[in-house]
Design a protein around this ligand. Structure first.
Ligand SMILES: NC(=O)c1ccc[n+]([C@@H]2O[C@H](COP(=O)([O-])OP(=O)(O)OC[C@H]3O[C@@H](n4cnc5c(N)ncnc54)[C@H](OP(=O)(O)O)[C@@H]3O)[C@@H](O)[C@H]2O)c1
Length: 350
């Protein structure tokens, strides 16, 4: 079986990946697992995070295959897969693997994988495998988590700012917000992506690299100027990582509004989380509610995305580019630029 593994020599990076042969999973899955023939995988920044930062002693480093998102065809069911799952041999399914499975070196960039049935949902009719992997994997499930965190009822009529609206999560989140009835959605992205983000339903777009945003007041000054006072937002959803955005959010986020971020990591994350969440206002804290989300993949969240794709809440999964397995290093190099326009897909097999 072919999969992408990281070579044990050389510094960790996408460039040290290699197409390798590894033993295929058992043709008879155990317990509640499914054996899948993968047709497509989709890439996420977390893949790079694991490739670059996991310590050498973890199994991921010994025989690692990266990749969380998948879509594929069910070849066999474990004996404990409940009939209530509705999953049969031959079904097309998609979802995201759990972090433990990927950290153990059994990611989705492989021809065959074994996946717990609780992590998959069926691919909606009319959607191809690439869009399903991109839409029902990490990015789509994160959009579900955002909607649940806010509360679907509170989305209706709300004014929402999405920072990073042109990325994998942002392109889905903008559609979800508008589809669930948000009153006014403003997307922040690079200038070249304005048309795409408007096409996904954003009512207004702000270019974080535009002339005004490069001025003294920065992006935050632009937002305060355009959306201050009565125009302030109910929610600021950060998919790009803006500590300054939070610290200056008083100017464009209502009192009682919420700043919800998904961006963590070594330089952002724990420190801002503690500071943003716990520092009292009298000690310089920002007087706005701050939440940092961590998405745990599940078939139930993939199912919600499936429903939204069927109902037209999500009308498209913008695909930045689709690559064949042999070119997966180039696909990761594209991801590494942090300027993908939507999802990066790898076609594993037909
Ligand atoms: N906590 C969680 O559970 C969770 C889940 C999923 C993702 N994440 C994290 O969320 C982030 C976004 O994920 P993704 O899949 O959407 O990433 P992505 O596809 O790589 O998208 C990155 C986007 O960020 C935009 N961007 C870059 N610099 C920016 C700036 N200064 N201001 C505003 N936008 C900027 C880019 O827009 P332009 O090309 O237009 O410049 C690009 O479209 C990543 O850090 C990821 O690790 C966290």
């Amino acid at each position: 079986m072919r999969s992408y593994s990281q070579l044990t020599t050389g510094p960790p990076s996408p460039a040290t990946l290699a197409l390798t042969t590894v033993p295929a999973p058992s043709p008879s899955p155990t317990g509640t697992s499914l054996l899948l023939r993968i047709t497509h995988a989709a890439l996420n920044p977390i893949d790079l995070h694991l490739l670059l930062n996991l310590p050498a002693w973890l199994p991921f480093r010994r025989r690692p295959t990266p990749g969380f998102d998948f879509s594929g065809v069910v070849l066999a069911l474990g004996p404990a897969v409940p009939a209530s799952s509705g999953i049969k041999v031959g079904d097309r399914v998609a979802g995201s693997l759990g972090a433990r499975q990927v950290a153990l070196g059994v990611g989705s960039l492989a021809e065959y994988i074994s996946v717990p049935v609780g992590l998959v949902a069926k691919v909606p009719d009319g959607w191809d495998g690439g869009q399903a992997a991109g839409g029902m994997g990490v990015a789509g499930q994160t959009a579900v988590l955002f909607a649940r965190t806010i509360g679907e009822e509170r989305v209706k009529g709300a004014r929402v700012l999405v920072n990073g609206a042109s990325g994998g999560v942002g392109v889905l989140l903008v559609q979800v917000l508008k589809g669930l009835g948000a009153g006014w959605v403003v997307g922040v992205c690079g200038g070249g992506n304005e048309g795409m983000v408007r096409g996904l339903g954003a009512d207004e777009v702000v270019d974080y690299g535009g002339e005004e945003a490069r001025g003294e007041g920065g992006l935050e000054g632009v937002l305060e100027g355009k959306f201050g006072g009565e125009g302030r937002f109910d929610f600021v959803l950060d998919c790009a990582g803006g500590q300054r955005l939070f610290e200056r959010s008083v100017g464009f986020l209502k009192e009682g509004g919420r700043f919800v971020s998904i961006v963590g990591g070594r330089s952002q994350g724990v420190v801002p989380f503690v500071r943003n969440k716990l520092r009292p206002v009298m000690l310089g804290g920002t007087p706005r509610r701050y939440d940092l989300l961590a998405m745990m993949p599940s078939g139930e969240q993939a199912e919600v995305m499936k429903g939204w794709m069927e109902k037209g809440v999500v009308k498209e999964v913008p695909v930045d580019s689709e690559w064949v397995m042999e070119d997966v290093i180039k696909a990761y190099e594209k991801l590494e630029t942090k300027h993908a326009k939507g999802k990066i897909i790898v076609k594993v097999a037909a």
